[in-house]
Design a protein around this ligand. Sequence first.
Ligand code: NOJ
Length: 758
Amino acid sequence: MRKLLLIALTAISTQAIAQVTNDGKMKIFVDALMKKMTLDEKIGQLNLPGAGDITTGQASNSNIAGQIREGKVGGLFNIKSVEKIRDVQRVAVEQSRLKIPLIFGMDVIHGYQTVFPIPLGLSCTWDMQAIERSARIAAIEASADGINWTFSPMVDISRDPRWGRVSEGNGEDPFLASAIAKAMVQGYQGKDLGAANTIMSCVKHYALYGAAEAGRDYNTTDMSRMRMYNDYFPPYKAAVDAGVGSVMASFNEVDGIPATANKWLMTDVLRKQWGFKGFVVTDYTGINEMVDHGLGNLQTVSSLALKAGIDMDMVGEGFLTTLKKSLQEGKVTLAQIDAACRRILEAKYKLGLFADPYRYCNEQRSKTEIFTTAPRNEARKIAAESFVLLKNQANTLPIRKSGTIALIGPLADAKENMPGTWSVAADFSKAIPVLQGLKEVAGDKAKILYAKGSNLVADSTYEKNATMFGKTLHRDQRSNEEMLREALAVANQSDVIVAALGESSEMSGESSSRTELGIPDVQQQLLKELLKTGKPVVLVLFTGRPLTLEWEEKNVPAILNVWFGGSEAGYAVADVLFGDVNPSGKLTATFPRNVGQVPIYYAHKNTGRPLAEGKWFEKFRSNYLDVPNDPLYPFGFGLSYSQFTYSDIKLSAASFRPGQSITASVTLTNNSKVAGKEVVQLYIRDLVGSVTRPVKELKGFEKVELKAGESRTVSFTINAETLKFYNYDLKYVAEPGDFNVFIGGNSRDVKEASFKLQ
Ligand code: NOJ
């Protein structure tokens, strides 16, 4: 034991010493470089333009090349291909005075060319290893194509599905989202950021972007600091704790000051409290937008951003065009400009760009390491794990690989829509739609018939806005009646109907807020007509957000929520429909009954007038006249082809003191004939606090695989750390007293026990 301890201590100190030596070397290098830099060159490093008009082989003729030669560019983003990146890097390191390499960023948020499910879908796997692997593969592919910096993970907590960007995050829960933030950062950055196949991660959008009022993108946010610290900050902090190299500021205001100019947020919390050492980049024109926020002209807002702790200006050129003047007028200091410049140079140093500016420009790798078989198979597996089975009446699913299957709906043969929002490096022509997936997986065992059935939505302008960036659904010019007629003819020849309906991929994501969250009009009509045939109908639901599905829940026998599964989506859908893969995804965002319930989330407070459980309405209680309080599908919910049962909770002790711990265990049994996976979830309620506490908070989870008939004990450790929260003084404390502990397969259906912290 002593020997082990010694070895561990030696290892720690060797690592620590190596870190100190590296930091020391970096400091010497950056100091020397900065001594040579003019003020303009320093300000140039803070500038991050978009790639603009660069075409292969033409980098030196592009508009941006002139600026790069003059040392006015620190990096570029969303430029794709190793050839172009090498060309541009050449301009920087061969034609600029100080030859400082550029950093190349991209929105690689759920895979590069091998695309994984949208982040909301990924989060529903509850599988941290799979999520880390997805980020690792994304980093390998992106770095093989010249990219060394990704604007991911996006970890904005959101409890409002009207906001389109819920698709890019990990849902409503800070505990789960923190675990995911860590997994993603580790996946991208690996153990050695200087290795050629790891990339720097940028956690975004700091902070509170997911709490936009009314779910309208870019809208105002306003909340108490206690809520920030307990519910919205944890995932950003988890990314910082995992060593994330950079942070992106959000567009919204925080406590009356836009995040981009918010010194409390950027310096006091991020750097002083959390110890963040990397650099902060704005979001796209985040500085300029503060003119519209009403904080002053471009010069004023640029100096506010720098003083708040922003280091890099994405696109808007506020820093580039005004900081020199602000320095002359005494509005900013040279030390502030130096600090920002130093952080950008340090990032480049950590990525190994000074040692080799072409480290990420390996044409050979770009040919052999992108969109290859093993990662694609991995993406297919992970996609299947992200699907959430919402309903499966009388074992409608899985369907047999036999007879005739009618595949109907505007999302059934929609290649371009499979990768999902923010899939900037995807090759849509190679994405697998459901039609292809079903045909290939069924082989010659079943006949697959197809009809589009309807457009996305009746209104063509709406459809145009919801199918941008080449993600067209090829709007059909036929009348609704004609399309329906064709669909019914196909349906009537089949044994089972698979209806691929829902949102297009650009109906969620940035600037895609919705006020009405149902399946769109013409698709609803199609679904109703398909049900009238009397054949079994399986709804394969595409969506980037929780939808309102009350009617569907009542009337459709089976609902499989497939989000946007990535480049291999169609195969994964077929794997689950045919039962080759048993679904195991669990919701990470509550599905409301209707939009009026929004914001709705499981970890709510009790209020002084809670409604008794199981009741719909009682006068003078906190409830609605027209719908019950509870959601349609709760957080953590998801069915399986297996049936799992939970024993009562066993506690190792009924109380403990700080410094001690107890375990809470259940025996999970797979009471079915099929092997399956279950996400066992642990929730805790702090019954009496110095401030009000949520009715339940996720504090642990484990995904377990059980064979048919198998039982397993699943145990969770509970200690004072598990019970901590930020109190009124924003101190992180565990308060002695009584707690309830819940364990179950979702946040609603749980076993319960109690314990005490002494
Ligand atoms: C704006 C988005 O808000 C952000 O998420 C993204 O990283 C940047 N644009 C760059 O594309």
